[in-house]
Design a protein around this ligand. Structure first.
Ligand code: AMP
Length: 283
């Protein structure tokens, strides 16, 4: 496994691989790996081709009062885990390599999909995500990009960008990997105190309560949200930011539950902000 910090070097190696007829399978990440990241690397491995993982905590997608400085970073452990997944190339650029002139003048504008829910609570977040992904896709030139459904709105924003800008990549999405008690794996989980870690499991229990309600025939979104809220009210450590049933492509709120509709949640547990989602719309 090679670890590269330079765009030029990465491009050179990948150009050779491409000339040899190998496909490029790419997993973009911010590091602090857990089983969710490894599942994406594993999927990339099954496709054959060259496996490339990027590790870059992208300053552009963090707001001024967000957790850029405290976001977990552990390159050494990450490299060991990537090696275990037989990753070929890790691209771990410094910010100066990605943004040599500081914040770039040119950004990808993501429109309404990037301004609601996560976008409303994290202004500029999705423009930052889309911009860094556009740059990474240009540098890596992947055939396929592997993404996790935990960040469902992010997947939708990137799908829209790929479509709108005719980017020649296929996006492949994978289900959320969870801890034994259901908590969605996240790099941020390691910042939860032991008590908050226990309370955080209630997010998934709430999503499951709504899903059970949907399976028993509830078609009103208010009914589903109420079932989830009941579960969370018992948890004083959990402060919900949004909890909504949304359309699976537009992420607009819906009154009646369409097929594949998602229940999405963002909540602070102690000082850590977590997100999760579950499909509540039955086909
Ligand atoms: P991050 O390092 O948090 O930017 O995540 C990198 C990629 O891993 C994104 O596509 C995420 O959606 C995905 N990911 C993060 N957590 C999980 C999880 N628990 N299960 C599956 N994929 C995940």
């Amino acid at each position: 496994m090679k670890v590269l910090r330079s765009i030029q070097e990465l491009r050179k190696i990948l150009a050779e691989e491409r000339r040899d007829g190998r496909s490029i399978e790419f997993v973009p990440t911010m590091g602090a790996f857990h089983e969710g990241h490894l599942a994406l690397m594993h999927a990339a491995r099954r496709a054959g081709g060259v496996r490339v993982v990027s590790i870059f905590v992208n300053p552009l997608q963090f707001g001024p009062s967000e957790d850029f400085d405290t976001y977990p970073r552990d390159l050494e452990a990450d490299l060991e885990m990537a090696e275990g997944e037989e990753v070929d190339l890790v691209f771990a650029p410094l910010a100066a390599e990605m943004y040599p002139q500081g914040k770039p003048q040119t950004r990808v504008e993501v429109g309404r999909l990037g301004e609601i829910l996560e976008g409303e609570h994290r202004p500029g977040h999705f423009a930052g995500v889309a911009t860094v992904c556009a740059k990474l896709f240009n540098v890596v030139g992947p055939d396929r990009v592997y993404l996790g459904c935990k960040d469902a709105q992010q997947v939708a924003v990137l799908r829209q960008m790929v479509r709108d800008l005719n980017l020649p990549v296929e996006l492949v999405q994978f289900p959320t990997v969870r801890e034994d008690d259901g908590l969605a794996m996240s790099s941020r989980n390691r910042r939860l105190t032991p008590d908050d870690r226990k309370a955080a499991a209630s997010l998934f229990r709430a999503l499951q309560a709504a899903e059970a309600e949907a399976r028993s025939g509830q078609t009103s979104t208010a009914g589903l949200v109420a079932a989830a809220r009941d579960m969370l009210e018992k948890q004083p450590a959990v402060r919900v930011q949004y909890l909504e049933v949304v359309h699976p492509q537009t992420f607009e709120p819906v009154d009646r539950v369409p097929p594949e509709a998602l229940l999405v949640i963002a909540a602070h547990v102690g000082s850590v902000r977590l997100i999760d989602n579950i499909i509540v719309g039955t086909a």
